[in-house]
Every structure is written in structure tokens, then in C-alpha cells.
Design a protein around this ligand. Sequence first.
Ligand code: NAD
Length: 542
Amino acid sequence: MNNAIYNFNAPANEPVLGYLSGSPERKLLMEEIGRQSDALIDIPCIIGGREFFTGQTTDIVLPHDHKKVIGRFHNVTEEVLKNASVSAMEAHKVWSDLSWTVRASILLKAAELISGKYRHVINAATMLGQSKNIFQSEIDGVCETIDFLKYNAYFASRIYEIQPRSFYNQLNKMEFRPLEGFVFTVSPFNFTSIAANLNMAPVMMGNTTIWKPASTAVLSNYYLMKVFQEAGMPDGVINFIPGKGAVISNVLLKDPLLAGIHFTGSNNTFNHLWKQVAANLGEYRSYPRLVGETGGKDFIFVHPSADPLEVAVNAVRGAFEYQGQKCSAASRMYVPGSLWPEIKSLMQDMCRDMKMGDIRDPENFINAVIDESSFDNIMGYIDFAKKSGDASIIGGGRGDKSKGYFIEPTIIETTDPFFKTMQEEIFGPVLTVWVYPDNKLNEAVDICDKTSPYGLTGAVFGRDRVAASRICESLRYAAGNFYINDKPTGAIVGLQPFGGARASGTNDKAGGEFNLIRWISPRTIKETFVPATDYRYDYMKH
Ligand code: NAD
């Protein structure tokens, strides 16, 4: 037994590669995209290391070319699902007892594998399956995944250092037990890295998981699972079960050994899971930990002192990168009348200039939205605005789903600050702008705070630093991640811990100690060296 006390230094964030024309990384990536496009991969459920091909399959298609099938996955059946919690609890015995430095080394090895050998594999799968361009995939599937893995090992080491003090005649210790049961992880389609972290955060702390990936992200998520296995993750520590959410949750949420849910996705789904847990509360061995990051209605507030070009560039990037399918994407904007003509014209020029199409063409800034129901939902909001007397479309507004699910970057200008598209999450490339009179700044800030139920990200732009600071204070609860003179997207692990409150989730800040702490149940142990031998206290003895 090696009793050394280990320590992990704060890691450096993974560098983003350039993928310039002719670079080795670009060549490798393009070859891998070709390979995966022709591979017709057959993806099983993986439970306790065993592969289950249930025969109930779903095709994997490209959102930007939806008639092209590049593989299929096997949906879990109720019969197969029964194995999942048994296998997670079998693995729990070994995994929870293992030295945490061994667990950490598996995470760190997975990070190295993704940084090198599998960088192009994870990128190609994220680009093809989720329709991300090179840059969006590289910052998500590769860099953020690696950062999560490395920072989790580092933050775990800091948590394990926390110990109570001991005075005379006693020794106090804190033991960081993993939760007593399995963690059900439910991941969204839009970030490969989130899927990695939803599992690896609890796993780092000694837990085992049952993982339901989003049906539109199974390809990249499967490759992640394979990397984790190659890194040395024992069978059953993560159990990979693609399939229908409702079928899976109906079984797992009734299991007495459900110890937690680690979720990222929409508000509706998280509320539904929470209610199901509440209904089954009497059945569980422990109160399940419910950690969920949900939707957003993220804003940019422009002060009259702002630089119009800075505002315009950050607004179009914040709103339209990855087709606006980021929980943090800017989707409502407040602009003073004095600046609006210039900002509007700059944004219109940029949107006209943006190319849209297949992920293989690096000139395309915009690719496809994830699937047909998403396309229809987003176009529904755009059509609503087209028909409304309170709004006009001043950029984009067209969609075409004949080959891929393409929607132009769309800017709506409204005269009603509480217009539907100022309030509801659309999750697509749609930005709504309300122009406020310069002399009504405080009222506009107040409206921004009260317009939407969410509280995820927000930004203020202004060269008047004192004014920007006042707006930051006034909007204290409007965003869990607040930006001054920057777009509200692009949080980096370890630098801007991510999450929001109100309807945006439990704000446990993915990529930090706050999140990891949710996956342990500390035990305090007090040892007394010389125990009492008389029930009376000294003052009773005269
Ligand atoms: P979604 O809620 O539709 O799906 C999320 C996951 O839940 C998927 O795996 C889905 O299959 C599963 N699911 C759906 N119904 C279920 C059920 N009854 N039981 C169990 N699982 C079920 O969300 P999505 O479309 O994948 O992702 C988009 C949403 O995610 C947006 O609202 C976005 O804001 C949010 N999001 C939030 C963050 C954040 O950090 N706050 C990050 C990324 C995405």
C-alpha cells in the first residue's frame, strides 16, 4: 500500500488546433470524416462491458444531409435495461473502494487519448452526427472534454484535502464516500463534452453511472465510451444505454438504488424527472441528488457608451455559432436607439456574408440544426414573428429542410419587449432585438431582468465601466454566467465555471468543485483517545 498524499496541479487548458488548409490535423480529420461517412457503424448498448444488440434500431443520419445514413444504434429494451443497475452496483463495490488516484489516472489517460490518438475520431463524429463545423467541434468534443477530465482530477484532489481540525484528546477525519447507489446520467445532443462530464464527474468521485445519451448524439457519445474503456475504465462503471428517455426513466427512477440524476437538457425534461423522483420518494435508500442544467434565454444588454462593431461581432457570434443551439446562445438583445442604426447595419452585413451548408466545407459558418422537429419548432417562431404586427424580420428568416435542416441566421426586431421570442427559449439561430429609448436605461435593465424565467448567461457592452458595473449589479440574478464586453457563450472549464439559476437549473457549476461535491456523501469520524470513565462532570463534584 502506497500511503503518499498525492496532489494534482491545476492543469493547463487544451490548446485549440488551427486546422489551416494543408495542416496535418486537417488532413487527418478529413480522412476520418470520409471513413466514418462510409462505415455504417452498428452501435450496441454496453452494460457491464457486455454489448447488447437488441435489434430495435434507429438510423444515424447527418442533419446537413438527412437522407445519408452512416450507421444505426440499438435502443435498450426493458429486458436488457434490467441488467443496468445490477451491473452498476457490482462495479460500485470495486470502483468506490479503489484509490482515487487510480480513478484520476484513468480520467487523465482518457484526456491524453482524446488529445492525440482519437482527436480526429471524436471531432469527425461530432461534426457528422451533430452538424458542427471544425471549430465548434474542436472547442467542444476535444478541448472542453479534455479540460473537464483534467480539471475533475485536480478539483477532486482539492476536495479530498478538506479535513476538520482536531484538538486535544481527539482525532477528527472526513471520509468522502461516493453515493450509495448509481447515478443516472442524461445527456443532451448539443455538447459532446457535456456528455463526457455528466458521467466522469460522478465517476471521478467513486460513483458508477447509467448513461442515456441523446438519440441525435449517439455517434460521438459511443466513441467517447470506447475511449473511456481503452483508458482502463472497468466494466460496469459507466453503462451506455441509448434509447427512449421515457422508457428508461420509468424503470430507473423506480429503482431504490437511484442515488442521483446528472442531467443537462431542457427545462421540461428535467421538471418531468424531478416530479417522477418526488412521486417515488418513499422508495429510495437515500434522497437522490438532482443536478440539472437546463435552458436559457440569454441576453446582450447594450449601454449607450458601447462600441457598435464590438457589439455586432459578438452578437452574431453569440447568437448564431452552432446555429444558436447552445444553452448560452444570445437570443434577446437590448439596444439603445442612438446606436441601433449602426449596429443593425453591421449585423445585417455580417449575416449576409455568412455561408451556410455542409460541415466538410470549412467556409461554412452555419451548418444544420439537429433534426426535423427542431427545424419545425424554430421555423414556427420565425413564422409567428413574420405574421405579427409587433415584429419584423430584418435579417434571414428562411429555412429549407429538403436536403439538410438549414435555417438562415435570423434577426427579429420587435416593438414589444415582452414579445414571445424575447421570452421563450427557441434553441436555434434566432436573435430578437428590442430598441429602448436612451433616456429609459434603468427601465430597460429592469425589463431585461423580468422578461424570461431563465437565468443562465447574459452580457453587457459599454465603454463606461462604471455604468457596466451598475448594470452587472442590477442583473445579479438574471444570469449565472455574466460577461462584460464579451459574448455570453464560450465558457471555458476552470476559467468560467458554468451554470445558471432560476429556470436554468440547479447551478452546480459544471467543471468545478461545486459540482463534484454533489457526488459524495461525506462521513465524519471522531476518535477519542482517552474516553470518559465517570458520567458526572467535574463541576458536579464540589
Ligand atoms: P432534451 O430535454 O430534449 O433532451 C435531453 C436528454 O433528455 C436527451 O438525452 C433526451 O433523450 C432525454 N429525455 C427526454 N425525455 C426524457 C424522459 N422522459 N426521461 C429521460 N430522459 C429523457 O434537450 P436537448 O434537446 O437534447 O438539449 C437542448 C436543451 O438542453 C436546451 O433546452 C438547452 O438549453 C439545454 N442545455 C443546457 C445546458 C446548460 O448547461 N444549462 C447545456 C446544454 C444544453
